[in-house]
Ligand binder design. Structure first.
Ligand SMILES: *[C@@H]1O[C@H](CO)[C@@H](O)[C@H](O)[C@H]1NC(C)=O
Ligand SMILES: *[C@@H]1O[C@H](CO)[C@@H](O)[C@H](O)[C@H]1NC(C)=O
Ligand SMILES: *[C@@H]1O[C@H](CO)[C@@H](O)[C@H](O)[C@H]1NC(C)=O
Ligand SMILES: *[C@@H]1O[C@H](CO)[C@@H](O)[C@H](O)[C@H]1NC(C)=O
Ligand SMILES: *[C@@H]1O[C@H](CO)[C@@H](O)[C@H](O)[C@H]1NC(C)=O
Length: 948
């Protein structure tokens, strides 16, 4: 009975609506305009004209309340067209679902739609958005605008009007051309839970309003184009409710704050591809995250044992490659020092790995850091007490920076310290009391008693025992003495000055390029190396328009100077016994005449090698310095090749590293095209691996092979990452790895070097390189990334292990191609043992490191480029092995080198040499010149005719 009653009421009610709820005429006009704007309205299946009642007749996709339209829902219908501009006259509209169609043109304003709760406009092609679009949308909860072309040419930002939407919960605008800073009010929207703004052009810092957000759960700000968001992460560490935090692909800087651990509900943290520095905080390691991505930053120190389920941290500057393995104590002390200087980016990019001896501004003796020399390096921050843990420090030179705070008391415990130069900074008193033997220079620190010379210890009672300059040969550090001059060496103990350049040719590099560099070295070389007795380098003064550089090499025997001068007709003026050539350093041009002289007119007895490109000759300068002179046969040179030749020089003169063979200069005269390189006396690695018997050489020991592998890895790492731009060698092979007298290796032959493409993208190039070393993807598609070099490096490792050439058609078919064969045998211990070069004496401990190298070789030659490690990883694997073998070292421990990785704005001004086991070093000095411009071009191969 009761049931029937209900039915009757319902029937009456529907009758009532049919009769009385005809659509509001204005709403209907807009619905009609909506239909008329479409190119394909038939998809709506609305009745033909005449049936004028969308509400009354319940048209598809339109929903009403009474006579008023409350919803339009047409998502994913392939509709094409534009929207009526008066859409906001549908004043009762609650939901608008237009997503996933092909709407174009201007989005109409939605302003004033006070009942509007959800708006989905995503995945369309709207091309503009009015600035009053979101005014007074007081009921709005969800707004999705992703993937539209809004204001594509100028970009746009959320208009302030949106802040009236206090109930807004979901705001999504990915790939929708947002530009400029993130609006402040977004962080203050107290209901906002999901903010998804990936893939826009946002820049600037996350506003402080986000700090106080207690509602945000998903914050996606990743992958901003054009640089991206910047600033530190401090602001996100107070967003208590955040669950997913995607900040990857931006430019966030600074350290990861310890307070990140306060984000207790965080599950997914992505910081990939920012510029974060410093240690991974313990609190982060302990977070039980589901997903943590730290790849591609500059994080340092040890890799912690992470609690996160899924974690990745590749391409950082960690000291080790294995989680939980601590850094060397010196490394930790230095990184803390770096931290107190706020991680200056120039040092951050150099201070990576676990071997501080190769770091910018440091010098070592017997593997211990004995010099920190960073004058005029734009450093700010304070001095870290951790430096006191570097017990072997002899000098600390930090003059002409902007350092503040006090000198840590425990620096006085540095017992070997001779020089502490803090001149021209802003150090505060009190200055701790150093021993008399320490030359403390504090002139130019206004807070320390007005800058009177040499450690006037202001603390009472210090009496006369302050810290007087211990070096009588050093003139008073008067106020007139500019801090840049404060590099006078620690007093030489004896006068037997021996120049300290290892490959003598490097002297020429210095001269030719005016490359500012640090020379660090400890002598005690056992070979027959004949050093000139002294070396004075006159670097190019950047303010001097005359780019001529001179070096004077005083010869060993009589001390007379021979200036290498040159250019144009070699002016050979006999000054004393030596002779002079002036070499134009501005562009490295060397006159052909000079090269004729030094090679005895390209005498065949001086021939070092021959290839498709021409002939390489040995040359010898007056003082015995040897150089390698590569003379191209004139027939080889097309006019295109000449341009490339020039372009290559532009690149190579800027890529400098102690494990890359340096280009010293070149000649272009008439048909002559000559390149001059430093001379590597032991020749190519291939000779020592494959032809040692016929060349009457000793086979290379395993220890030497490890050293060579590490040297090559370091050189390649530099080429890939550390040079001002990333370069790809494209022709790494054992015949392009040259050995010095000490069997330390340098990579040579940059004829095929390419500038690496930016980012992940690969570029397609003309195939070049050498069969047997070619990465499969490169051989097949010509697509090139730095990973093609990693592949070639893997092949070189296989050669070092087996003594077999990468490709040898004389071998049985299954082993002709070394890589393919090696992959088959490498995991079988027995087979691997049998594959080891018979010239090696394999003991069990050798086999252990051989297995590691075999594994690395496999890793480097993975089929998929993205599965190959980067060179930094290879360095990290190799360095500890080399370290381990050091105790058995007899002749290579003392290593002299020039660190070409230094930026060009540091110059050699002097050097110091002491006897016996004492150290020698040359200070880093600043010059006003800035970091060199990026190379503007690069050459396609001019040696590609050399088809080896
Ligand atoms: C859109 O519609 C197509 C078919 O018309 C369907 O395959 C697709 O899954 C839909 N997409 C969404 C996101 O609903
Ligand atoms: C988008 O561009 C139009 C002009 O094309 C302009 O009127 C409008 O204010 C811009 N929108 C925003 C949100 O900046
Ligand atoms: C907001 O988005 C989430 C999914 O991300 C969804 O579950 C929720 O219902 C949305 N809230 C509103 C008000 O639309
Ligand atoms: C956040 O963490 C830091 C250290 O990790 C702590 O000192 C601080 O009190 C925490 N702040 C809050 C609001 O919990
Ligand atoms: C100096 O102080 C720092 C920090 O207080 C400490 O880590 C270090 O061990 C101290 N070094 C010495 C040699 O006392």
């Amino acid at each position: 009975m009761r049931k029937h009653h209900k039915k009757l009421v319902l029937a009456l009610f529907s009758l009532f609506t049919v009769v009385f709820s005809a659509t509001d005429p204005n709403d209907f006009a807009i619905i009609k305009a909506f239909r008329e704007g479409l190119e394909n309205p038939e998809l709506l299946e609305w009745p033909a004209d005449g049936d004028d009642d969308p509400c009354g007749q319940s048209w598809k996709h339109v929903f009403c309340s009474g006579s008023r339209v409350t919803q339009i829902q047409v998502q994913n219908m392939s509709l094409k067209g534009t929207l009526p501009q008066n859409l906001n006259q549908l004043t009762k509209l609650q939901r608008l679902g237009l997503q996933r169609n092909q709407f174009t043109g201007a989005l109409p304003s939605l302003s004033g739609l006070s009942e509007l709760q959800s708006v989905y406009l995503d995945f369309n092609q709207f091309d503009s958005i009015p600035s009053d679009c979101f005014d007074r949308l007081v009921s709005l909860q969800s707004l999705a605008l992703d993937k539209n072309n809004f204001n594509a040419s100028t970009g746009w930002s959320f208009p302030e009007g949106l802040q009236d939407s206090a109930q807004l919960t979901n705001l999504s605008c990915m790939f929708c051309n947002l530009a400029g800073p993130l609006p402040y009010f977004l962080g203050a929207l107290s209901s906002l839970q999901n903010l998804r703004l990936s893939g826009n052009n946002l820049s600037g810092e996350i506003p402080a309003s986000f700090k106080r957000s207690t509602s945000l759960q998903n914050l996606w700000l990743n992958d901003q184009n054009g640089g991206g968001l910047s600033g530190t992460l401090d602001v996100v560490t107070t967003m208590d409710s955040v669950n997913v935090l995607w900040l990857h692909g931006n430019q966030f800087t600074g350290t990861i704050p310890e307070s990140i651990g306060n984000l207790t509900v965080l599950q997914d943290l992505n910081l990939n591809g920012n510029k974060l520095v410093g240690f991974v905080p313990d609190s982060l390691a302990k977070m039980p995250l589901e997903h943590l991505d730290l790849n591609n930053n500059q994080l340092m120190g040890p890799i912690p044992n992470f609690k996160a389920t899924e974690v990745s941290y590749a391409s950082n500057a960690f000291c080790q490659s294995t989680p939980g393995v601590p850094c060397a104590p010196e490394v930790m002390a230095l990184l803390e020092f770096l931290g107190s200087l706020n991680y200056p980016s120039r040092l951050v990019s150099s201070w990576t790995g676990n071997d501080p001896c190769s770091w910018l501004g440091l010098a070592c003796h017997n593997g211990n850091v004995n010099s920190i020399a960073l004058p005029s390096s734009n450093l700010s921050g304070t001095l870290s007490p951790s430096v006191a843990r570097l017990g072997s420090l002899i000098q600390i030179k930090l003059g002409s920076n902007n350092l503040s705070g006090q000198v840590p008391e425990n620096w006085t415990s540095l017992t070997s310290l001779k020089t502490l130069d803090l001149s021209t900074n802003n150090i505060s008193p009190p200055l701790p009391k150093f021993a008399d033997t320490v030359n403390v220079v504090t002139v130019g620190n206004p807070l320390l008693t007005g800058g009177s010379p040499s450690n006037p210890n202001p603390s009472p009672g210090s009496g006369s025992s302050g810290s007087p300059p211990s070096n009588p040969s050093s003139p008073t550090k008067g106020t007139g003495s500019s801090p840049g001059d404060s590099s006078e060496p620690v007093k030489p103990k004896r006068s037997t000055l021996v120049a300290i350049i290892a490959p003598v040719a490097s002297v020429v590099v210095v001269a030719l390029l005016a490359i500012p560099l640090s020379i660090y070295c400890y002598k005690k070389r056992k070979d027959t190396f004949q050093a000139p007795s002294s070396l004075v380098i006159h670097p190019r003064d950047p303010s001097d328009s005359d780019n001529t550089v001179k070096i004077v090499v005083a010869s060993n025997t009589n001390g007379s100077a021979s200036t290498i001068t040159g250019s144009g007709s070699a002016s050979r003026n006999s000054s004393g016994v030596g002779e002079s050539h002036v070499i134009e350093a501005g562009n490295l041009v060397i006159s052909v005449q000079v090269l004729r002289n030094v090679t005895k007119n390209f005498a065949s007895e001086n021939e070092l090698g021959r290839g498709g490109f021409g002939v390489v000759y040995k040359g010898e300068l007056d003082d015995g310095t040897k150089i390698a002179v590569k003379r191209m046969e004139s027939g080889v040179i097309s006019s295109k090749a000449i341009d490339e030749f020039q372009a290559e020089i532009a690149v190579l003169s800027k890529v400098r590293h102690r494990h890359l063979v340096s280009l010293l200069g070149y000649s272009v005269e008439g048909y002559e095209r000559i390149l001059v390189y430093e001379y590597m006396p032991q020749g190519a690695l291939s000779k020592h691996l494959f032809h040692w018997k016929s060349s009457k050489l000793e086979p290379l020991s395993w220890k030497r092979r490890l050293n060579i592998a590490l040297d090559v890895a370091r050189g390649m790492e530099y080429l890939h990452n550390l040079a001002h731009r990333s370069f790809i060698h494209r022709d790494l092979k054992s015949s392009n790895i040259l050995l010095g007298d000490d069997f330390r290796a340098k990579v040579s032959d940059f004829g095929l070097v390419k500038l690496a493409p930016d980012g992940e993208k690969s570029m397609v190039t003309r195939l070049a390189g050498t069969f047997g070393y070619l990465a499969p993807e490169y051989a097949v598609t010509g697509k090139i990334t730095t990973k093609v070099d990693v592949f070639s490096f893997g092949i070189v490792l296989m050669e070092l292990l087996t003594g077999l050439m990468a490709l040898d058609e004389d071998r049985p078919e299954e082993s002709q191609y070394l890589a393919a064969w090696f992959w088959r045998i490498k995991s079988d211990k027995q087979k691997l043992r049998a594959a080891i070069d018979p010239a090696l004496d394999v003991k069990d401990e050798t086999f252990e490191s051989i297995s590691i190298i075999a594994e690395l070789a496999g890793h480097c030659t993975a089929r998929e480029p993205n599965q190959r490690p980067d060179m930094g990883h290879a360095v990290n694997v190799l360095a500890p092995l080399v370290e381990k073998w050091k105790p058995m070292d007899d002749d290579t421990e003392d290593y002299c080198g020039i660190d070409y990785s230094l930026p060009l704005n540091q110059m050699v001004k002097g050097w110091q040499e002491a006897e016996g086991k004492d150290l020698s070093y040359v200070d880093l000095e600043d010059s006003k010149s800035s970091i060199p411009a990026r190379p503007t071009g690069f050459a396609e191969s001019f040696t590609s005719a050399d088809g080896r």
